[in-house]
Design a protein around this ligand. Structure first.
Ligand SMILES: *[C@@H]1O[C@H](CO)[C@@H](O)[C@H](O)[C@H]1NC(C)=O
Ligand SMILES: *[C@@H]1O[C@H](CO)[C@@H](O)[C@H](O)[C@H]1NC(C)=O
Ligand SMILES: *[C@@H]1O[C@H](CO)[C@@H](O)[C@H](O)[C@H]1NC(C)=O
Ligand SMILES: *[C@@H]1O[C@H](CO)[C@@H](O)[C@H](O)[C@H]1NC(C)=O
Ligand SMILES: *[C@@H]1O[C@H](CO)[C@@H](O)[C@H](O)[C@H]1NC(C)=O
Ligand SMILES: *[C@@H]1O[C@H](CO)[C@@H](O)[C@H](O)[C@H]1NC(C)=O
Ligand SMILES: *[C@@H]1O[C@H](CO)[C@@H](O)[C@H](O)[C@H]1NC(C)=O
Ligand SMILES: *[C@@H]1O[C@H](CO)[C@@H](O)[C@H](O)[C@H]1NC(C)=O
Length: 441
């Protein structure tokens, strides 16, 4: 009995493993100390500003911490204090494991199957949120703690005195994209965290920014108590600083992923800043959101086109959805069977590599209602997405990834469920019914 079960399991895994071709070798960028010091002296740093009015905020500052279960953060006294300063999003989900695909997806709308922290560069025909921001001249920038200079492309930069982990490329979302690294202006906007102080002093904070604390500050090498206290110390003076928390500033504090892989990838997320009406301080919003919701929220806020990836169908923060006209109706998602703890096959997957880059969705209006970015349509042509990008969360029936959940909106529902065999996943609602619901929207 034992033996035959073992045989079945063994042969199944053999078949499974042989299904996936080996991914191509990736090259890593490593700079010598002399190259680094030369670039530190010469690399330009830019801080453009702009003032494009948004529906609910004129500035968004995202801060990402590491690897913490929702309940662990919710019990922490520094996090509890921060929650009194804004809105707690109680139903916010990370996308997968490990860290890197979450950062990657937060700016580009897809993990593309990435299932490692290895060195990858995303091809130039994949757009990111900065392409959308550029359509309206909305200034943007990143602040990466411990980065030796703006635009540094190496895989890491350790503390030069004690050799400890400091800056890591895998936590720097925009640098992972060739559409960013092939453009010198863009490289000079992906800055060292030390630029943040200077930009605050000069009142040069861009309208969209992403802050990654180093491996000590973000909790990766230290744990949540350290990350929470770092964040409280960092934010307390800045919440009072009008050059940082200017009028209509939204500060998003979240975690890349939870800690325990076999549990649901539910993360503690706060909305802070002057864009929050004071009547909503200390309240919570239980709407279902994912990291992709930040993209759809930014798009809806400023009237920007979608990337045609998972940002297309992602729920929009109620703070912005309440102000859209007609008012955008978010999806209720049944998350009981959803874990968001693994990734579907794709061109960045090491374990389930598929060479093809799925096409984006270019026909839909998408959640924000402004269609899809022109340059995405030019690069990929018009058509339906190669994944179910109009869904409120990432699902892949072909591989059975994130199936077993359902989404409801105004009495209608769409459902996916898997059967035990990985090759016979059933899509319970026909495309026709789904399309009818989407057109009813
Ligand atoms: C960037 O950050 C490092 C480490 O935090 C710091 O030592 C360095 O002075 C900064 N570089 C520049 C150019 O500001
Ligand atoms: C990370 O930054 C903090 C300051 O925010 C600093 O104290 C710490 O030494 C840095 N970590 C490393 C490994 O350099
Ligand atoms: C380079 O990046 C800047 C800033 O995002 C953008 O305005 C410009 O159009 C880009 N240039 C090219 C050739 O894509
Ligand atoms: C705001 O922060 C900057 C940078 O840390 C600082 O130089 C400035 O004095 C602060 N302003 C106020 C009013 O606290
Ligand atoms: C910020 O808002 C306050 C109150 O609405 C207003 O008095 C002030 O002029 C605004 N400041 C700026 C820089 O827009
Ligand atoms: C995801 O969670 C499920 C349920 O706990 C577990 O069976 C599965 O092994 C997890 N997947 C990964 C990749 O950890
Ligand atoms: C959105 O509108 C609903 C209903 O009017 C209200 O209860 C909720 O507080 C609003 N949420 C936000 C974040 O503005
Ligand atoms: C996008 O780039 C990838 C990698 O270079 C390439 O394989 C793919 O064919 C390109 N897609 C389109 C539609 O040009």
């Amino acid at each position: 009995m034992f033996l035959s079960l073992f045989t079945i399991a063994f042969s199944a895994s053999t078949v499974f493993a042989s299904t996936w071709p080996s991914p191509p070798e990736q090259t890593t960028i490593k700079l010598s100390p002399s190259e680094i010091s030369a670039s530190r002296a010469s690399a330009p740093t830019l801080s453009p500003t702009s003032n494009v009015e948004g529906k609910a905020f004129d500035r968004i500052i995202q801060i990402w911490l590491e690897n913490t279960d929702y309940d662990t953060a919710a019990r922490n006294s520094d996090m509890k204090w921060l929650a009194t300063q804004g809105i707690l999003l109680t139903n916010f989900w990370a996308l997968t494991h490990p860290s890197q695909p979450n950062y990657l997806a937060a700016v580009g709308g897809d993990t593309h199957g990435l299932d490692t922290d290895d060195f990858y560069a995303v091809p130039a025909n994949i757009s990111t949120i900065v392409d959308a921001l550029d359509t309206k001249g909305i200034s943007w920038g990143s602040y990466m703690e411990g980065m030796p200079f703006a635009g540094f492309q190496g895989d890491r930069y350790v503390n030069q005195e004690n050799g400890r982990n400091n800056y890591v490329r895998k936590h720097n979302p925009l640098i992972l994209y060739d559409s960013v690294t092939s453009n010198a202006t863009r490289l000079s906007l992906v800055k060292n965290f030390t630029s943040l102080d200077q930009d605050i002093q000069r009142n040069f904070i861009p309208q969209w920014s992403f802050i990654t604390p180093n491996m000590t500050s973000d909790g990766h090498d230290t744990g949540l108590p350290h990350a929470a206290s770092w964040t409280r110390n960092f934010l307390t003076p800045l919440l009072e600083n009008k050059s940082f928390n200017a009028n209509h500033t939204l500060i998003l504090l979240t975690f890349d992923e939870n800690e325990k892989y076999p549990t649901q990838n539910h993360v503690f997320t706060l909305l802070l800043g002057s864009a929050i009406p004071s009547a909503l301080y200390g309240t919570h919003d239980a709407t279902f959101y994912t990291h992709y919701s930040v993209l759809s929220t930014v798009e809806a806020n400023w009237g920007l086109p979608s990337l045609g990836r998972w940002d297309c169908g992602a729920n929009i923060f109620q703070l912005v959805a309440n102000l859209t006209s007609p008012r955008y109706v978010n999806w209720d998602v049944e998350t009981k069977n959803l874990y968001f703890n693994s990734t579907y096959p794709g061109p960045l997957s090491k374990h389930r590599y598929q060479a093809e880059w799925p096409r984006p969705e270019t026909k839909e209006a998408c959640a924000a209602g402004y269609g899809v970015l022109e340059q995405v349509k030019r690069a990929w042509g018009e058509g339906e997405g190669g994944r179910k990008y109009t869904w409120p969360y990432p699902v892949d029936e072909a591989s059975g990834n994130n199936v077993g959940g359902s989404a409801t909106r105004a009495g209608q529902s769409v459902t996916v469920a898997s059967t035990p065999s990985p090759t016979s996943i059933q899509f319970l609602v026909s495309r026709a019914v789904y399309d009818a619901i989407m057109s009813w929207r």
